[in-house]
Structures are given as C-alpha cells and as structure tokens.
Ligand binder design. Structure first.
Ligand SMILES: Nc1ncnc2c1ncn2[C@@H]1O[C@H](COP(=O)(O)OP(=O)(O)OP(=O)(O)O)[C@@H](O)[C@H]1O
Length: 498
C-alpha cells in the first residue's frame, strides 16, 4: 500500500449510510495506482461530489488541474423493491475517464461493479498523482437480469443498431425498462464512452398497435421523454428506444423514509414551469397525458435546477384528428380530476369502462392541469391534498368536494401567489380551472418569468453553451425575489406512505 501526502486529498466525515447501516455501494480511492484507506459510501439522497471545492465536495482534491466540481456520483432507488442504479456525471474542464474512455461533459453514465473512474489532470499528467475511484457495489444489489431470464421472456438482444443489455432500469405494470446502447454511436465516436439509453419493452395484445409509441414518436420537446426508434418483434413485443433519464422520479426524490417531504418554493416553481412547458406543447398538439403524477416526472439529475422530463404516455390520448372529448375513466385516483369520473364505488364503472362518463359530458385536457395542481400541492407541502385515510373511496370523495386547507402549518412559509396557483388548478368547476396557457400567465409564474426563462434556457436546456454552470448555480437563487422561500421547508412527517 502506498503512502500519500495528506495534502493530496481529504475526504469529509459525516457521510451517512443507509438506514440499515450499510451503504449499497462505495468508491475506493486510489492515488498513483495504490489503494488508500479512503472509502466513500454512495447512498440515496446524497450527491457525492469530487473536486477542489472544499465546501461542496466529499472528496476534496488539491491539484489545480482538477475542476472545482470535477465529477458527481449518485444513487437512484425507484422504490424499496427495485434495484438501485448508480451514476457518475462529468462536470470537469480536463475530463473524466470511465474504464479508460472519456466521458462527454455534463453527460451521465451508469456504473457497474469494479468500474474505474479516473480524473484527468490536463497536460501535466503525473502518474504518481493519478486519482482513480473504483466503484464497488454490494453483490446482492447488482442491477442485472439473469441472461437466461431475458431469453425466457423472448426479448431480442439486438434491434438494428441498438444493443439491448440485461440491466434493468425499472419494471412497470405494462413492461420492463432495460439499458441499451447505440452501436452506431460507438463506431462514430471511438474515444468516448458509449452513452446509455433506455428501452421500454411492452407486450402488446395481438393485432393491437401501440398508441404510446405513435404519440411519442411525434413529439419533440426537451421536457418530454425523447424516443428515437420503435420496433415490434414477431412475439408482439414492442421496443421503445428512448433517452435514459438518470435522476430518478419525483416521487422517489421527495420520499424520505416513509414520508413525503416538501421542496423549496423556488425548486417547485422550476419544476412547475417545466411541466407547464411540456403541457402547453402537448395540448397545442391535441395530446392529453392523463396520468400526470410524481412517479411519471423524471429528473435528469438529483441536483436542484435540473431538467425534468414527462414519461409514461401509456394512457395518453391523441385528440388532434377528431377533437372529441374523452370518456374513459383512466388515471390514478390521487391525481385524477373529478370530471374524469372515478367513482368511490368501483362497481359503478366496472373496471375503467366508458360507461361511467358516457352519460356525463366527458373531460378534456384540463384534467392534466388538475393533476399538476395535486403535484404542486405535494411539492410545496409534502401533503397530497385529497389523500384522507389513503383509501381510494376517500380520495375520490375528497377530490369531488375539492376542499383545500391552507391553514395547516406547512403552508405558512409558502407565498400567497403559490397558494393561489394551487387553488386555481384544483378547481372542481372545469370552466374556472386554468388551462396550460393561462397557468403560465398566473402571477406566481408571471412575476418570476424573466428569471425562470433565463434559468430554463441557459442552465437547464443549454448547459454546454450557456455561461459556466457554477456561476449560474451560485446566483440563480439570489436573483429570484425574496418572496420566494429559498430554504427547504421544515421537514415534517407529512404523509405516511403505505
Ligand atoms: N427513459 C427512462 N429513463 C429512466 N427511467 C425510466 C425511463 N422510463 C421508465 N423508467 C422507469 O422505469 C419504471 C417503469 O416505467 P414506466 O412507468 O414507463 O412503465 P409502466 O409499465 O408504464 O409503469 P406504470 O406501472 O407506472 O404504469 C419506472 O420506475 C420509471 O421511472
């Protein structure tokens, strides 16, 4: 084991491990090819930053050719049953290598056991000072599917230029999401590490075309999941090749222990602004998402001020050709507008049939705005507005009445304009509820519009071309008016998740 000058690096104490006391994975620090005693755990809800910045970094390096924040590591757990995913993002000037291949700046890469991350120190590379971080994951947490199982399921290993791996991103009601690579990109860019993409594989009913794929292929918006290619094999498996969104979903982001926590008003505003950009675009094209909820909002990174992406268009509806209203009772009761027609008594609509709302007037794209109202309420307070005792019956009844309680203490630190925004979206009278355009004009958004647009275009959408990341991160909070509460709302036990 080599001895190191203590001036080369320091690690910070106080990095917490999981509730069980064991970190799911860790980084071993090697310098100049020698192991050190230093081990940095990577756990949920904690970014591990590496660089010169001794205020923000868990591993602080003194070499001047290392960037202030050189690279960032994190872990994503979708839920307690899912396998965690570990990522590294390069933010450096001189570069970061993964297993010898350069990472693209500001891109995120999925890690696997024994991966080696090396920090480039520019031209003055000195082998005896080379910093290597070896990523180690607990064996029982390896996020891979048994290759035999993959074959048993009848999934293809290759579709055109897409190579499908056995690494699982997530499992949903309708399919599996796996990691995939684009072999064409690999050939074109040999010195870079291949990027990770996701493929959602859905089992279609025979002779059914998939509406989700058709809708997604038409869409091109930075806040909507980007789909590159779709393919249906002879076993009726539909493959939807798309961007991998590595920051986890908003639900997991807010769920700490068995509670949901709130976000600061500034962060909530940035998320709402982006969802509204996506909804405005969708509704202009006659597409209604119909299942907007925390679980379907994905974050590009778990950092504040990140890009968010709407996913899961499994029950989205395209009204562009015939402009009819919708009558099918679909969605998730907790987020579902009352006019959609969920009934407290399930027999009344016999498993999501059209019958329930046919006798009614049906519903339109404003159902997505109601869901956004529920999401905003949760982000600002950590409380789901109509949750009650958590039973479906109670949620549906509460949403029908639409009564909101702004007297609870969680609202104390929230501005009046934010409360008004929530109220205007959670209007049971559809005619009075704001549509996506009107929501963007609401005072909560309108009074911060120039700052929001600046952040959105410069920081969120064009990291590479915009001003340096650090300068924006440091002053984005300062530029937002004081009425917006910056600090994290006092964490309280808000809602016990089942
Ligand atoms: N492109 C992606 N990048 C990262 N994670 C993703 C991506 N697409 C889906 N996921 C994750 O994979 C899981 C299942 O995906 P998805 O929700 O699309 O499937 P589903 O069958 O429609 O699910 P549901 O049961 O919610 O209807 C979720 O945890 C989701 O967050």
């Amino acid at each position: 084991m080599g001895s190191l000058g203590s001036s080369d690096f320091t690690t910070k104490n106080g990095i917490q491990v999981d509730a069980g006391g064991i970190a799911a994975a860790h980084l071993e620090v090697n310098v100049g090819g020698y192991h050190t005693e230093q081990v940095i755990p990577i756990v949920k809800h904690q970014l591990v930053k590496v660089g010169r910045n001794n205020k923000e970094c868990q591993l602080v390096l003194t070499n001047p050719s290392i960037s202030s924040i050189h690279c960032v590591f994190w872990c994503v757990f979708f839920d307690e049953d899912s396998i965690p995913m570990f990522y590294v993002k390069d933010c450096s000037l001189n570069g970061t290598y993964l297993n010898g291949l350069l990472l693209k700046r500001d891109k995120t890469y999925l890690l696997k056991d024994s991966d080696t991350v090396e920090l480039s120190q520019g031209n003055e590379e000195n082998d005896s000072k080379k910093i290597q971080l070896v990523f180690m994951i607990n064996d029982d947490l390896q996020s891979s599917l048994d290759p035999k199982l993959l074959d048993q399921m009848g999934f293809l290993r290759e579709v055109d230029q897409w190579e499908i791996t056995n690494r699982i991103v997530g499992n949903g009601t309708f399919g599996h999401v796996l990691i995939t690579h684009n072999s064409k990109e690999r050939k074109d860019d040999v010195c870079y590490h291949p990027e990770n993409y996701a493929v959602k594989i859905i089992k279609l009913k025979p002779n059914k075309f998939d509406k989700e794929a058709r809708i997604l292929l038409r869409l091109d918006h930075p806040n909507i999941i980007k789909v590159y290619h779709t393919f249906c094999d002879k076993n009726n498996h539909l493959y939807i090749f798309q961007d991998l969104i590595p920051g986890g979903d908003l639900f997991s982001h807010l769920a700490k222990g068995d509670c949901l926590t709130s976000m600061s008003e500034t962060e909530s505003l940035l998320v709402v602004f982006q969802i509204l950009q996506a909804l405005n675009y969708l509704h202009d094209q006659g597409i209604v998402h119909r299942d907007l909820k925390l679980d379907n909002i994905l974050l590009c990174t778990p950092e504040p001020c990140t890009r968010i992406v709407l996913a899961d268009f499994g029950i989205a509806k395209d009204l562009s050709s015939n402009k009819e209203r919708m009558h099918t009772v679909v969605g998730t009761p907790e987020y579902c507008a009352p006019e959609v027609g969920f009934r407290a008594n399930r027999k009344a609509y016999q498993s999501f049939s059209r019958a329930a709302t046919l006798e009614q007037r049906g519903y339109d794209s404003k159902c997505d705005l109601w869901s956004l109202g529920v999401i905003t309420h949760i982000m600002l307070t950590g409380i789901s507005p109509f949750y009650g005792d958590g039973s479906e019956r109670c949620i549906i009844q509460n949403a029908k009445v639409g009564k909101l309680n702004f007297k609870i203490k969680q609202w104390d630190i929230v501005s009046d304009s934010a409360k008004s925004f929530v109220k205007e979206l959670l209007q049971t009278d559809v005619a009075k509820r704001l549509n996506s355009k009107q929501s963007l004009e609401h005072v909560w958004i309108a009074k911060h519009l120039s700052q929001l647009e600046r952040l959105y275009y410069k920081k969120i959408l064009c990291n590479n071309e915009g001003p340096k990341l650090e300068s924006i991160t440091s002053d984005w909070k300062r530029k937002l008016p004081k009425s917006v509460v910056i600090s994290q709302a006092i964490p309280k036990k808000k809602k016990v998740l089942e």
